[in-house]
Design a protein around this ligand. Structure first.
Ligand SMILES: Nc1ncnc2c1ncn2[C@@H]1O[C@H](COP(=O)(O)OP(=O)(O)O)[C@@H](O)[C@H]1O
Ligand SMILES: [Mg+2]
Length: 400
């Protein structure tokens, strides 16, 4: 048995028997989607866990992918342990098991679709599913089995968060080719069409009444989001503000900009910009790693955009230039301003003040369609009485 730290040891469970035979005080019933392997749920002080039994090679694969994915996204089931029943043939259906943390307050998409349907939130629900696939693909994860039973959803501050479970067919790569991504979408579309036909049959509906185009609809949303996140931007050298606008757009979609590549084009006065997009909960981690600044997720997103903007604008895009550039931004831009804000501003969190200022600078540049130097933007921010940027208005990323 392999257990991840922070979880119980699960030693009191009757592992000598297949989980379907378990009669145990820790067993609890939870809603599930349609599934092929036996799944049971157990309650501990640490929380509820899902146990899925399957042959060793599948268990290992799922566990390995989920562990590695944890580094890249928080939108997949959290692995807690791997159990191998060494006394059984490794091809035996119950020779292995994966334990994951139960995703609280969540339900499989399948339950919603077979019950009341998506209702008014259809568009939001489908965007969440498309967004999950985009995020997994950005993380180099080929799923291989996206379906209505394998995606859970939960409501999160007005938004919907989609979460991946069931990674037994998944593969992690440094990055995915277009072919791999398209194949994953094909599998999703096939799965969904099959499930919708199934649901129609269960509800005694004719097949033409089933929403067989659901997968296509999601694939379309996926393509639009992917294009939005990855398209190249070609700008003139004095149009630096467009870099910031683009970063803001990507951030608004809930994604962080990891990296920007700038290359001169043949025509000299024009540069091409390629953005590398990261996960949706990594902003604060990354900010600490790069600068030591501890900020909330939304503040961190803004600060990183500001940093990336400075790096891109001053051409600090190689690794060494970047660390020097980061230090320059920290000592010449960020720290002096935050110090000044702390002295003159009414609020109690100078970092929030800095974010308010960034928001103001952005509004000025967008209105003037030109870069506004920091000093000028700062004076304007003071003169206008520190126009706010209440945290509620900030783009909110669904929490992990
Ligand atoms: N970590 C989890 N949190 C909540 N529900 C889970 C979790 N893991 C599994 N489930 C539920 O159990 C069902 C079956 O799990 P899944 O991994 O999809 O098994 P299978 O490979 O048999 O399809 C899912 O549809 C889901 O409802
Ligand atoms: Mg499944």
């Amino acid at each position: 048995m392999q257990i991840r730290p922070g979880n119980p040891e699960f030693l009191d469970l009757p592992w000598e028997h297949p989980i379907s035979e378990w009669v145990h005080s820790r067993i609890v019933d939870m809603p599930t989607g349609v599934h092929r392997h036996p799944v049971r749920f157990v309650a501990y002080e640490e929380g509820i866990y899902a146990i899925k039994e399957m042959p060793v090679f599948l268990s290992r694969r799922e566990y390995t992918v989920l562990v590695a994915l944890e580094e890249r996204t928080h939108r997949a089931a959290e692995p807690a342990g791997l159990v191998l029943r060494g006394w059984l043939d490794p091809h035996d259906e119950s020779s292995g098991a994966v334990v994951t943390r139960y995703v609280e307050h969540s339900f499989p998409y399948r339950r919603l679709v077979s019950g009341t349907g998506f209702g008014a939130r259809r568009s939001q629900m489908l965007d969440a599913l498309a967004g999950l696939l985009v995020e997994l693909h950005m993380s180099g994860c080929y799923w291989g089995d996206c379906s209505l039973s394998n995606v859970l959803y939960r409501f999160d501050a007005g938004g919907i968060e989609a979460i991946m479970i069931d990674g037994e067919t998944s593969e992690l790569h440094p990055s995915l080719s277009r072919g791999q991504r398209m194949q994953d979408l094909e599998i999703m579309k096939e799965n969904l069409a099959g499930e919708m036909a199934d649901i129609a049959a269960m509800n005694d509906e004719e097949i033409f009444e089933a929403d067989l185009g659901l997968g296509e609809d999601i694939a379309g949303r996926y393509e639009a989001l992917w294009a939005e996140l990855t398209s190249e931007l070609v700008i003139a050298r004095d149009e630096g503000y467009k870099i910031r606008e683009r970063i803001a757009k990507i951030n608004e979609l809930g994604f962080a900009v990891d990296d920007i590549e700038i290359e001169p084009t043949d025509s000299g006065g024009v540069v091409r910009m390629v953005t590398h997009v990261g996960g949706r909960t990594y902003n604060s981690d990354r900010l600490i790693e790069l600068t030591g600044i501890e900020a909330s997720e939304n503040q961190a997103r803004l600060l990183l955009s500001d940093l990336n903007y400075h790096l891109a604008k001053y051409g600090d895009t190689t690794a060494t230039a970047k660390s020097v550039g980061t230090f320059k931004w920290l000592t010449n831009v960020y720290e002096p301003l935050v110090k000044e804000i702390a002295a003159i501003w009414h609020g109690d969190d100078p970092i929030q003040g800095y974010c308010d200022f960034l928001n103001h600078r952005m509004a000025l540049a967008t209105a003037q369609k030109a870069d506004v130097p920091n000093d000028q933007a700062f004076q304007s921010w003071i003169a206008e009485g520190f126009p706010g940027f209440s945290p509620e208005e900030a783009p909110v990323a669904p929490s992990a």
